[in-house]
Design a protein. Sequence first.
Length: 195
Amino acid sequence: MTSVFGPDGKQTACTIIEAGPNVVTQVKTKETDGYNAIQVGFGDKTEKHTIAAEKNHFAKANTPAKKITREFRDYSIEKNVGETITVEVFTEGEKVSVVGTTKGKGFQGVVKRHGFHGVGGQSHGQHDRSRAPGSLGNSSDAARVMKGMRMAGRMGSDRVKLKGLKVVKIFADKNYILISGSVPGHINSIVYILK
């Protein structure tokens, strides 16, 4: 995260994302594949960790093997195989959506996971109930815990899409894009920016 000062002196918190260069590794059309899409690759992969099928696939685009390949359907900009897509497809001030995987936090209790406040105070004999979930269900009628009960469990590692984030600044020479606010995921994680 960083911050940028606007012309009015207002400070905006931003996330720096390296968005490219991305190479078009395959173009799919309605006639050959049944739908229109482009496949984009990011980040070079060593030859040692590349299987033969990947080598042949990326050889058609005259590019080294890529770590990440993703498909974008109904892409509006016409690109051919082997061409690059840079941050210049975005403009400053436009709204974008960012898709990523949130930080994994492991097994967490109800206070951290759901914001519970615990049961009562520390007096009247309740010496170990400050972070407990409290009652879980009915007595003899249902005699079970109902589905959807908020309890302790695994937290994080969810695929999240944040919509309406503003592109604050673009550095075309370094392929950096500054997006207002935070984006999902840890440092150096992979995210997808959608127009």
